[in-house]
Ligand binder design. Structure first.
Ligand code: ZN
Ligand code: ZN
Length: 247
């Protein structure tokens, strides 16, 4: 038979004793670890993978196509802002898709209109795109391709439009910049927030990739936790959108 030979005081003292011994052990382990780190011993430090910057090459466009409106009767109005004098604007319609981007200066077809945008600023152009054969579905031709170039500009801006019908409204489908070396770069829009969404104060000069949300400032960039604060897409890289912030 087991008998209970201990008083309540004995039990309390025993429990307190165990606690003291346990705390002493923890303190000893901590001081040993500190001593090891101080004497140059190895210790494991976990570092989060830093998000690396993507270096971007800036190409200035000779002009920007702001808007396109369908005026009916196969007439469209384009709102173009040229950033340089003497921009050459050429519109081609009914362009065979298989031929684009064409390697020579001109696409191999006939529907074409050419205009000179003499001054820097806004231009409204009306185009009549009659006889625009698109072929059966899937389409074999683009409705309208415009090319804007300027003397001594390092790039040409190609814009591809869908104009009417097919239950889609008139819109810009794709845009490319052709550089001096002849390479075609797809232009993708940046989703621009003017202020940093973290501090709500500094200008948002850092664009995150792959989502292209321009939403953080230099000081808040290190504080975002791997995901874009707007769309929660994992950030793989970023680039700087303002020359004042390139350090
Ligand atoms: Zn900020
Ligand atoms: Zn995003």
């Amino acid at each position: 038979m087991l008998t209970w030979n201990y008083s309540l005081t004995d039990v309390v003292i025993a429990v307190l004793g165990i606690c003291v011994v346990f705390n002493l052990l923890i303190l000893m382990m901590r001081s040993l670890r500190r001593a090891a780190a101080g004497s140059g011993g190895s210790s494991v430090v976990f570092v989060k993978n830093p998000i690396l910057e993507t270096q971007v090459q800036s190409l200035s466009t000779p002009a920007t196509v702001y808007d396109i409106k369908d005026l009916g009767d196969k007439t469209v109005e384009l709102d173009i802002r040229s950033h340089r004098e003497h921009c050459k604007f050429v519109a081609y319609w009914g362009v065979p898709i298989k031929d684009f981007p064409w390697s020579d200066a001109e696409p191999p077809h006939q529907h074409k209109e050419e205009l000179l945008l003499g001054y820097v600023g806004s231009h409204r152009l009306q185009l009549n795109v009659k006889d625009c054969e698109l072929g059966d579905q899937p389409r074999t031709h683009y409705h309208l391709v415009t090319v804007i170039s300027a003397p001594e500009a390092e790039s040409m801006l190609y814009s591809i439009y869908h104009l009417y019908g097919c239950s889609l409204k008139t819109s810009l489908l794709k845009q490319y910049l052709k550089s001096e070396s002849g390479s075609m770069l797809a232009v993708r829009s940046i989703f621009n927030e003017s202020r940093c969404v973290i501090c709500m104060d500094a200008p948002a000069t850092f664009t995150l990739l792959p989502c292209r949300h321009s939403c953080v400032c230099r000081s808040c960039l290190p504080h975002i936790q791997e995901q874009c604060p707007i769309c929660r897409v994992y950030v793989q890289s970023y680039f700087v959108t303002s020359p004042i912030d390139t350090e």
